[in-house]
Design a protein around this ligand. Structure first.
Ligand code: UDP
Length: 315
């Protein structure tokens, strides 16, 4: 069988670049498409000399014709941290809507399997806990987070429409909080924020009471799940994330332990519509692929902390 070609939009981003690594390792050709708005070329620098890897500097919200065969289209382009998508609100809506439309168009033309990176944010501030795929969500359609949440909900809708109307071979992954090396230190999400604060001996910023919960998945576990979903025939949305749930205060304590120092806490207002709880029900992924995350939070945070520490030293 000839080598498979994978187009990854957002390929220079946090999760996208780990996917590039994985598909290159698996012997595929990788076309990495990114407009570098929140992605970073340093994430794929080590791949640029590889003859099976190609970087395309382009915004997928605009039309593009890609030459040659493509077997998989993985649509990962989007700002993903709340401060990024609130600042880049129109771009976020466009990449979820027009970008998904264009990526689906490529999959249709190439008869490729399509995988949409969706999000636990489609569940909004969930009233069902843990979240199962059949839950329709509790989203404020006009609030500050809506630019991301509704863009992804539209992206899911158009993906299913392309499946029904154009018979494109589609899949949808709903990604829960993911962390690991190559997150941007200043992207505003809680894990890089706390690590940055610990590295620079600043107080940890706790939004609200800190009793809100999240379930954090190490990036390697997620990538493993994405590859299984891409290579399968599953078409219905699938949750992927680590079902171990922690409060933000518990996360702060862990970061303190890992950094080996006492850190102050400073309270900040809870952002509007910040979900109070979030935890994936991963029974579907378990049943289909026997997939379950392996890396415990403490271990993954340790690896991530070490990576950020090294980045700082290299500066
Ligand atoms: N958060 C916090 N301090 C920070 C950054 C975030 O307490 O410095 C909280 C935030 O209010 C939310 C949780 O941590 O409840 C996760 O936020 P993040 O931005 O990482 O992602 P979200 O899951 O909200 O998309």
């Amino acid at each position: 069988m000839s080598a498979r070609t994978v187009l990854i939009t957002g390929g220079a981003g946090f999760i996208g670049s780990h996917l590039c690594d994985r598909f290159i390792k698996d012997g595929c050709r990788v076309l990495c498409l990114d407009n570098l708005v929140t992605g970073d070329k340093r994430n794929i620098q080590h791949l640029l000399g590889n003859f099976r890897f190609k970087f395309i500097h382009h915004d997928i919200s605009k039309k593009i014709i890609v030459k040659g065969p493509i077997h998989f289209v993985l649509h990962f382009a989007s700002p993903a941290s709340p401060i990024d998508y609130m600042e880049l609100s129109i771009q976020t809506l466009k990449v979820g809507a027009l970008g998904t439309h264009n990526a689906l168009g490529i999959a249709k033309a190439k008869k490729a399997r399509f995988l949409l990176a969706s999000t636990s944010e489609v569940y909004g501030d969930p009233l069902v806990h843990p979240q199962t795929e059949d839950y329709w969500g509790h989203v404020n359609p006009i609030g500050p987070r809506s630019v991301y949440d509704e863009a992804k909900r539209f992206a899911e809708a158009i993906t299913m429409a392309y499946r029904r109307v154009h018979k494109v071979n589609t899949s949808i992954i709903r990604i829960f909080n993911t962390y690991g090396p190559r997150m941007r230190m200043r992207d505003g999400r809680v894990v890089p924020n706390f690590i940055y604060q610990a590295l620079y001996k600043k107080p940890l910023t706790i939004y609200g009471t800190g009793h809100q919960t999240r379930s954090f998945c190490y990036v390697d576990d997620l990538v493993d799940g994405i590859v299984r979903l891409a290579r399968s025939k599953v078409s219905m949305p699938m949750n992927m994330g680590n079902p171990n749930e922690f409060t933000i205060l518990e996360l702060a304590n862990m970061i303190e332990d890992i950094s080996g120092q006492k850190l102050k806490r400073i309270k900040k207002p809870l952002p509007q519509d910040d979900p109070k709880q979030r935890r994936p029900d991963i029974s579907f992924a378990k049943k289909e692929f026997g997939w379950t995350p392996k890396v415990q939070l403490k271990e993954g945070l340790g690896r991530t902390f070490a990576w950020f520490q090294q980045q700082r030293q290299e500066k």
